[in-house]
Design a protein around this ligand. Structure first.
Ligand code: PMV
Length: 320
């Protein structure tokens, strides 16, 4: 009645922003992501009849605020008549700061919960369950490049290319470690209700997905760079034009973008992407990763650099 799973966060190159059904947490657009190797969340789920209610420990501290979402995730995987659970989660990176910690946490929780309850579910089913808790978590059930397709009444997941087939590197420039101002569900709803750019964002997403899929298939870094930066800046334009406006960047985020532009002018294979937080993720060709890491470390306002290759899918950890 217990299991431990590990999942890596993923970074979207073609972003998910907006929900078509909030109750079922269905995204309004498809998305394409890469799963990272160096960052991880490990979650142990223990179903225990002696508990009177669920208990959640995150990095050794009891967390009441995040407990309802985790309990709801367990209810969806196991069923509401389940035993109470002790959920112990550990991450090696700052949580709720735009580093996709909810993706790795809910992917690992879903996999561990299913195993603790002795359910054998397929990867896509696990991804759908993880996606109910956090849309991006569905993508962490896949390694390398994954696509979350948005058709019909549910989501469809597919693997576009595994982590060995195109071994890109990602340099994460951490500019702030505190929690983000507005959570993504609330922020997406504000954008849908108020941003004049929201409808055209939704309408053009399929074109961006087609371009990114083709670039990945051909291992065409320049084309992937161009469409990923465009899609990222378009998502942030939707956020900036919302009311109230949502600006997740700080001055160091913009300096990091300028650093990436300079490196591109010098001919390095690198592009940036930024999620609902102030961290910049520079995706680069393996041979350029050291130069990208040095240049971002030297950029004023950068507090920490993490470099990562592409990582594997969420999986169970063998119990001793
Ligand atoms: O899955 P959520 O609710 O954490 O939303 C993810 C939103 C972005 O990170 C900004 C984009 C994405 O596709 O990951």
């Amino acid at each position: 009645m217990q299991a431990t799973a590990i999942a890596q966060p993923n970074i979207a190159l073609i972003k998910y922003w907006g929900k078509r059904d909030v109750a079922r947490n269905l995204p309004a657009v498809g998305s394409i992501s890469i799963t990272l190797r160096a960052l991880y969340t490990e979650v142990r789920v223990e179903l225990d009849a002696s508990l009177s209610a669920d208990v959640l420990l995150i990095n050794e501290h009891e967390d009441q605020n995040r407990l309802p979402r985790i309990s709801a995730c367990l209810n969806r995987v196991i069923g509401e008549q389940r035993l109470p659970a002790r959920i112990v989660s550990k991450s090696n990176f700052p949580i709720a700061a735009g580093l996709a910690s909810s993706a790795s946490a809910f992917a690992a929780t879903t996999v561990a919960a299913a195993a603790a309850a002795n359910l054998s579910l397929g990867t896509e089913e696990l991804a759908r369950l993880a996606g109910r808790a956090s849309g991006s978590a569905a993508r962490s059930l896949y390694g390398g490049f994954a696509e979350l397709g948005n058709a019909g009444d549910t989501i469809h997941l597919s693997s576009l290319c595994d982590e060995q087939s195109w071994p890109l590197q990602v340099v994460v420039a951490i500019t702030e470690t505190g929690p983000k101002a507005t959570g993504s569900t609330e922020a997406m709803e504000i954008s849908r209700a108020t941003s004049p750019f929201y409808d055209s964002w939704i309408e053009r997403q399929d074109d961006d997905l087609d371009a990114a899929r083709a670039a990945i298939e051909k291992r065409d870094f320049a084309s992937l760079a161009s469409i990923a930066e465009h899609n990222c800046l378009k998502m942030h334009s939707v956020m900036w034009a919302s009311r109230p406006p949502m600006v997740y960047w700080n001055p160091a985020t913009i300096r990091c973008m300028q650093t990436v532009r300079k490196l591109q002018q010098q001919g390095l294979g690198v592009f940036f992407t930024i999620d609902a937080g102030p961290q910049l993720k520079a995706v680069c060709l393996p041979e350029d990763a050291d130069a990208v890491s040095q240049a971002l470390s030297a950029t004023p306002g950068v507090r920490k650099i993490m470099t990562s290759g592409l990582g594997p899918a969420a999986r169970l950890v063998d119990e001793p």
